[in-house]
Design a protein around this ligand. Structure first.
Ligand code: FAD
Ligand code: NAD
Length: 478
C-alpha cells in the first residue's frame, strides 16, 4: 500500500492477521528475511490473557499485561510492517486482504487492500452473547484490555454508590451483588479475583460495606470447569463455598437488565435477581470477517464452530496459501493460548520451509532456462544438470512437511484465596490433579516465566509486590 513498507518485489508477501497468542508466537520464531512481512491487527500489542482478570480488580496495571508488537518485530532480521487496522475482507481467490483503520483518529487514507502470497489468519474469536437480551448493553465482558478496565471502573462505581449517604440497605445490597456469568475458567478465575479484592482490600477501605458484598457465579451446565478433572471441580466448589462465592449451576441467564439479571434455574422457573454488576464470560463465537471468509468457501467450510484446516493448518478450500490457527479455527483442541502458541511456533517452521521450497523452485526454473539455451553434452550443461539433481533432492526434502502435533502441558487456573488448581498430564499417560497454595505459587512462577519479555516480568512482579505492600488502588478513573 505505501512506499514506506518493506517491499522487495523479489520476495513473497506474507500477511499475518492478528497480534494475539497465535500471531505473536509465529512472529517470535519466523525468519523474516525470506518474506515481505505485514502484521495487521486492530491492536498494536499482544495481550497476556491469563492475567486479564487480575487487571479487572487492580492487582495488575493494564500496561503490565501487554507487550507492543513492535517489541517483537524490531528484533527481526528484516523489517516487518505493523499496521494497526482490522481486516474487513479476505478474498481467497484473488488473494487480497482489505483492512481499515478502526481507531478514533484516522488519516486521509483509512482503508486499503493488500495482495498476499501467503496469509496467516489468526484473528481469534469474540465473546458469545447468544443474542440474549441486554448482554451487550448492560454487562461487562472479559476478553480485551478495555473490558477489564471497564469492569474495574464499574465495580468501584458500585462501591462508591453503595457508600452514598442515605442509601437504603436493600439498594446497598443490590449495588454490592456481583454476578459472573459462565463457569468456564474465565468466570471462575474472575470470581476468585473479585473475592481476593474483597478480602484483602475492601474490608479495610470500605469496612461498612464489605459484609454486604456478594459474588454469584452462574453456570448453565451441571458443574463449573467442565474441562478439569472431577477432583479439581470439587476442590474449586468447596473453596468457593468457604469463600462465600455462590455457585448456581444448571442455571441459565435469560436476560440482563440495567439493575438485575433474569435467571432460569433447574426447576424452569424464571426469577429476577437484583445486582450492581454483571460480567459476561460465556465463551467464544466467530468474528464477522471469519464468517464472511467461510461463506466464500461453502463447500469446505461447513463447521459452524470455526475455520476447518488440514493437519498443516492450511485452510480447507484455499490453494494452500492461507493458514489459519487459534481460536478462529475448529479443531479437536480447546481454544486456548497453549494451542494457539504451539500452532504459531509450528507455522513459523512451516513457513521457513515454504520459503526454502519457493527459493529452490525459482533456482530450478532458472537452471531450466539456462539448460534450454545450451547444446547438450557440454561441460556447462553437465554441471547444470548436476546442480539440478542436487536442488531437486533438496526440493523433495523441503516439500516434506510434518503435521502439527499438540503437546498438552496441563491446565492451570487461579481460584482465589491464594489457591490454584492444576491438571498436569504425565508422558506415561496419567494425570496429576493438584490444588492449593503450593499450586498457586507454581501458577505465579509459571506465568512469570511465560510472560514474554523481561520488561513484562518486571512489571508484573513489581505490581504483585506493590499490592502486597500497599494494597490495591481503589481510585476510580472516569
Ligand atoms: P487472540 O489471542 O485473541 O488474538 C487475536 C488477534 O486478532 C488480536 O490481536 C486481535 O486484536 C486481532 N484481530 C481481531 N479482529 C481482527 C481483524 N478483523 N483483523 C485483524 N486482526 C484482528 N488460554 C490458556 O491456555 N491459558 C489461560 O490461562 C488462559 N486464560 C485466559 C483468560 C482470559 C480472560 C481469556 C479471555 C482467555 C484465556 N485463555 C487462556 C484463552 C486464550 O487467550 C485464547 O485461546 C488465545 O488468546 C487464542 O489465541 P489467538 O491468537 O487465536 O487469538
Ligand atoms: P468457556 O466456553 O470455557 O465457558 C463458558 C461457560 O459459560 C460454559 O460453561 C457455558 O455453559 C456457560 N454459559 C454460556 N451461556 C450461559 C448462560 N446464558 N447462562 C449461564 N451460563 C452460560 O469460556 P471461557 O471460560 O471464557 O474460556 C474460553 C477458552 O479459554 C476455553 O478454551 C478455556 O479453556 C480457555 N481459558 C483457559 C484458562 C486457563 O486455562 N486458566 C482461563 C481462561 C480461559
Amino acid at each position: 500500500p505505501g512506499e514506506q513498507l518493506p517491499h522487495d518485489p523479489s520476495k513473497k508477501n506474507l500477511v499475518i492477521l492478528g497480534s494475539g497468542w497465535g500471531a505473536t508466537s509465529l512472529l517470535n520464531t519466523l525468519d523474516t528475511t525470506e518474506f515481505n512481512v505485514y502484521v495487521i491487527s486492530p491492536r498494536n500489542y499482544f495481550l497476556f490473557t491469563p492475567l486479564l482478570p487480575s487487571v479487572a480488580v487492580g492487582t495488575l496495571g493494564p500496561r503490565s499485561v501487554i507487550q507492543p508488537t513492535r517489541y517483537v518485530t524490531r528484533h527481526k532480521a528484516r523489517q516487518v510492517a505493523v499496521i494497526e487496522a482490522a481486516a474487513t475482507d479476505v478474498d481467497p481467490v484473488n488473494k487480497t486482504v482489505t483492512f481499515s483503520d478502526t481507531s478514533e483518529v484516522q488519516g486521509l487514507v483509512s482503508s486499503t487492500t493488500l495482495k498476499f502470497d501467503y496469509l496467516v489468519y489468526a484473528v481469534g474469536a469474540e465473546t458469545q452473547t447468544f443474542n440474549i437480551p441486554g448482554v451487550r448493553e448492560n454487562a461487562c465482558f472479559m476478553k480485551e484490555l478495555d473490558d477489564a478496565e471497564k469492569m474495574q471502573r464499574r465495580f468501584l462505581d458500585c462501591l462508591e454508590s453503595a457508600a452514598f449517604p442515605g442509601q437504603s440497605q436493600e439498594e446497598q445490597k443490590r449495588l454490592l451483588h456481583m454476578v459472573v456469568v459462565g463457569g468456564g475458567p474465565t468466570g471462575v478465575e474472575l470470581s476468585g479475583e473479585i473475592h481476593d479484592f474483597l478480602e484483602e482490600d475492601l474490608r479495610s477501605w470500605y469496612p461498612e460495606l464489605a459484609n454486604n458484598v456478594r459474588i454469584t457465579l452462574v453456570e448453565a451446565l451441571p458443574s463449573v470447569l467442565p474441562s478439569f478433572s472431577k477432583q479439581l471441580i470439587d476442590y474449586t466448589e468447596s473453596t468457593f463455598k468457604e469463600a462465600k462465592i455462590d455457585i448456581l449451576t444448571k442455571t441459565m441467564v435469560k436476560e440482563i437488565k440495567e439493575k438485575s439479571v433474569i435467571l432460569q434455574g433447574p426447576d424452569g422457573v424464571k426469577r429476577e435477581v437484583p445486582c450492581g454488576m454483571v460480567v459476561w464470560a460465556a465463551g467464544n463465537t466467530l468474528r464477522k470477517v471469519t464468517k464472511d471468509l467461510m461463506a466464500k468457501l461453502p463447500e469446505h467450510q461447513t463447521n459452524r464452530r470455526g475455520l476447518s484446516v488440514d493437519e498443516y493448518l492450511r485452510l480447507l478450500g484455499s490453494d494452500k496459501s492461507i493458514f489459519a490457527l487459534g481460536d478462529c479455527t475448529a479443531t479437536s483442541y480447546a481454544p486456548t493460548a497453549q494451542v494457539a502458541s504451539q500452532q504459531g511456533a509450528y507455522l513459523a517452521k512451516i513457513l521457513n520451509k515454504v520459503a526454502r521450497r519457493d527459493h529452490l523452485l525459482h533456482e530450478l526454473t532458472q537452471i531450466q532456462v539456462q539448460l534450454a539455451s545450451l547444446p547438450e553434452g557440454t561441460p556447462e550443461s553437465a554441471e547444470l544438470l548436476k546442480q539440478k539433481e542436487r536442488l531437486s533432492k533438496e526440493l523433495v526434502k523441503a516439500e516434506k512437511l510434518k503435521p502439527f502435533k499438540y503437546s498438552h502441558q496441563g491446565s492451570l487456573a487461579y481460584i482465589g484465596s491464594e489457591k490454584a488448581i492444576a491438571d498436569l498430564p504425565f508422558s506415561s499417560g496419567g494425570n496429576l490433579a493438584v490444588g492449593g497454595v503450593a499450586t498457586y505459587l507454581f501458577w505465579r512462577s509459571a506465568y512469570l516465566s511465560k510472560c514474554f519479555s523481561l520488561r513484562n516480568r518486571t512489571l508484573v512482579a513489581s505490581d504483585w509486590i506493590k499490592v502486597k505492600l500497599f494494597g490495591r488502588d481503589v481510585s476510580r478513573e472516569s
